[in-house]
Design a protein around this ligand. Structure first.
Ligand code: AHR
Length: 705
């Protein structure tokens, strides 16, 4: 009881000091007298998966949604019939050839084993423009003077009748025969959603053939076109006939002009963060809703004609246009190394495969996948990769077994991890295998097998209070235990992208990781991407997860305040940790939560309001001092550079700040909160800086090498 009362008094005093329990100026003592620990060279990276339309409708530049018509068995989602003359008669219909009982007539509509569903346009009475339209991923982005590469499979056939087997009866109700007069011009265009404005258009000549043929055409917009997403893609005819379509594609210019490539703006945003690795393909996306839905890397390879796509884990189908090779090219494009997550026999419905012979095919599949990434062209899968266009193996250091296997409360991960690790280490002794269960987070489920995992993956999704409260958690970790990979983390405030307060939580947390980067070998924020479109009459809301790093629609993209924190921390990171001791760090009481009351905590815990870390680049002598002020008040800080020797009087400073914690960036106001660079003077072995309210500051000091 006494303790509680004392707590309340202490808390009252805190409020008197207006969230500043200690009134003396905080002091940071940077110690240059002895060499600090080495900063992990892979400390900051990216985590990615197909969530929030990160790939389809995001990084993967394809503009046609549902291009192989498999998104919905019952209806051609994102497609509609275009008919400008009401006297005309036409319809569209999905033609699936996947069922065994599909008649020969329909089975012949398959192009490959992957392209088994097509769209049929039936024009019974011509008149005006008749065609099929695709609405894209919340619109087709139109930009001036832009060349779009359109392609599609089409065949026209009308009077073709399937040959009858000997003795086979003629169908009782044969479909009416439409004259086979489809050959001729087919118009391909990008036009406004109401069809009134044509932004770019061209014609292909459909040959008279009952067989599929791929046609391609470049559509170029005029210089005076105003950028818009209010547009659709249309393929149209003026003639009666049956027209079948499949693998309809439209690409705008891509990064490096690569076919089947990426959006240049998003590649640039990632590269600007200087990430050292990319963790893929998940996340939940790795696991799939059921064991049979696990991310199927083998069917994501090769020609698009061979990629059926798969179910995905976030409520929509994945085209797999961004497949395993594209992930690896993505790594190359942003200068990052892959951190490959392999499926470990546990899926989101809670089902798992026990260690032993039944798990072995999954282990073998992981070994194949590693061979595809790292094998030379003399290996089976390395040769496949070479045939896919990348003869050189990719560098791979870390493989993660599964994702968040702590959800599997049967404790089967212990055996599964052991089986995977043994096989991976045997075939690839130089690889480091990561466990998805971390001792600190799940002590009852941790891997206990014959030897400790080398690296444990911890995940933290918290609010800013929890980030501030736990920012120093790694100061206390055992240095003799496994290394830590913080494989997913974020301060979850703001939607669809995070706000300034989240960025303050992130920055505080990152100072803790950076200070402990002898232990934290890698870390990556999640989720990385979000398509920010809300629901329309024909398409659902684009995102499933609030609080993401980079937002976009079909036309534009922007970084959240958290993105800019990541960018600063990634760009200004030395190779040695400079030890810092602190005095007079102010605190504020954290509001009590429901979990506190459940745990019997009745006194508001005090959490720091100032966070810090320092690193040094030994080659250049640059020292990066990172400071976070989470309050709405200016905060003076005294800095002592003990044993620094030389330091230049002028330093470069970057500040991210805002007026209130809720301030944010958005698709319409993309740069409200961005880092502002300036030169600060008066730097010496002892100096004072005043931190702006709600701010993250990085000071680049120039010291002797
Ligand atoms: O980042 C979103 C999800 O959070 C990931 O897919 C999953 O691993 C975690 O639970």
């Amino acid at each position: 009881m006494k303790a509680v009362r004392k707590g309340i008094v202490a808390c009252g005093i805190c409020f008197l000091f207006a969230n500043n329990c200690i009134s003396q100026t905080p002091v940071l003592n940077l110690d240059f007298t002895k060499p600090g620990a080495t900063v992990s060279p892979m400390l900051y990276g990216l985590m990615t998966e197909e969530i929030n339309h990160a790939y389809d409708g995001g990084l993967y530049a394809e503009l046609i949604r549902n291009r192989i018509f498999k998104d919905n068995k019952n209806t051609p989602e994102a497609w509609s019939l275009v008919r400008t003359d009401s006297a005309s008669k036409a319809s569209i219909k999905l033609m699936a050839a996947t069922e065994d009982n599909v008649p020969f007539d329909e089975r012949r509509h398959a192009i490959t084993g992957a392209l088994t569903t097509c769209l049929r346009l039936t024009v019974e009475k011509a008149g005006g423009k008749i065609g099929i339209a695709n609405e894209g991923y919340w619109g087709i982005p139109v930009k001036p003077s832009t060349a779009y590469q359109a392609s599609f499979y089409i065949k026209g056939s009308g009077s073709f009748q399937p040959p009858r087997r000997p003795g086979q009866q003629a169908p009782a109700n044969p479909a009416p025969v439409i004259e086979d007069n489809t050959p001729g011009p087919i118009t391909v265009s990008i036009e406004s959603s109401d069809g009134k404005t044509v932004y770019a258009s061209g014609t292909i000549t459909l040959e008279k053939s009952i067989f599929w043929k791929k046609y391609a055409i470049t559509l170029t917009t005029a210089a005076d076109v105003k950028p818009t997403t209010d547009a659709r893609f249309v393929i149209s005819t003026d003639r009666v006939g049956l027209y079948y379509f499949n693998l309809v594609s439209l690409f705008p210019p891509t990064h490096k002009n690569r076919a089947n490539g990426f959006r240049p703006d998003l590649i640039k945003m990632m590269a600007d963060m200087k990430p050292k690795f990319l963790r893929f393909p998940g996340g939940n996306y790795l696991e799939g809703p059921l064991i049979t839905d696990a991310c199927p890397w083998k069917t994501t390879l090769g020609a698009l004609e061979q990629r059926p796509g798969h179910k995905g884990s976030w409520g929509y189908r994945a085209s797999d246009g961004l497949g395993l090779l594209e992930f690896l090219l993505w790594c190359e494009d942003i200068g990052a190394e892959p951190v490959l997550a392999v499926y470990a026999g546990y899926s989101l419905n809670g089902d798992h495969i026990d260690a032993g012979p039944l798990l072995q095919p999954y282990v073998d599949d992981a070994l194949d996948e590693i061979e595809y990434v790292t094998g030379d062209a003399n290996t089976y899968w390395g040769a496949k990769r070479a045939a896919d266009g990348h003869p050189a193996p990719f560098k791979l250091t870390y493989v993660e077994v599964g994702n968040e296997d702590w959800f599997d409360r049967t404790n089967s991960y212990d055996g599964r991890f052991k089986q995977f690790r043994a096989a991976i280490e045997k075939k690839y002794p130089s690889l480091h295998v990561i466990s998805t269960i971390a001792d600190a987070q799940y002590p009852n489920l941790k891997v206990t097998g014959d030897k400790k995992p080398e690296v444990l993956d911890e995940h933290y999704y918290r609010d800013s209070w929890a980030m501030w409260e736990n920012a120093s958690q790694y100061d206390k970790y055992d240095r003799n235990g496994p290394k830590i990979f913080v494989g997913e983390w974020a301060t979850r405030e703001g939607a669809p992208t995070t706000n300034l307060n989240a960025a303050l939580g992130d920055a505080a947390w990152m100072t803790g990781m950076e200070r402990n980067s002898d232990l934290i070998i890698m870390s990556c924020y999640a989720p990385l991407f979000v398509n920010v479109n809300t629901a329309t009459a024909t398409a659902p809301k684009a995102w499933q997860w609030d609080s993401d790093l980079i937002g976009y629609n079909a036309l534009n993209s922007y970084g959240s305040p958290s993105y800019y924190v990541q960018q600063l921390f990634g760009n200004y990171l030395g190779d040695k940790i400079v030890p810092v001791t602190a005095e007079n760090i102010p605190t504020q009481p954290r509001p009590l939560s429901r979990r506190d009351s459940a745990n019997g905590i009745t006194t508001a815990p005090l959490v720091p309001t100032v966070f810090y870390s320092a690193t040094k680049d030994e080659k250049t002598g640059a020292v990066y001092l990172k400071l976070v002020n989470t309050t709405g008040k200016k905060q003076p800080v005294n800095v002592n550079l003990n044993g620094v020797g030389q330091v230049l009087p002028a330093a470069t400073q970057f500040v991210i700040k805002g007026e209130k914690p809720e301030d944010t960036n958005s698709i319409t106001d993309p740069e409200k909160i961005i880092p502002v660079k300036s030169v600060v003077k008066g730097i010496a072995a002892k100096f004072k800086r005043t931190l702006d309210p709600y701010s993250v500051t990085v000071i680049e000091l120039q010291t002797g090498k």
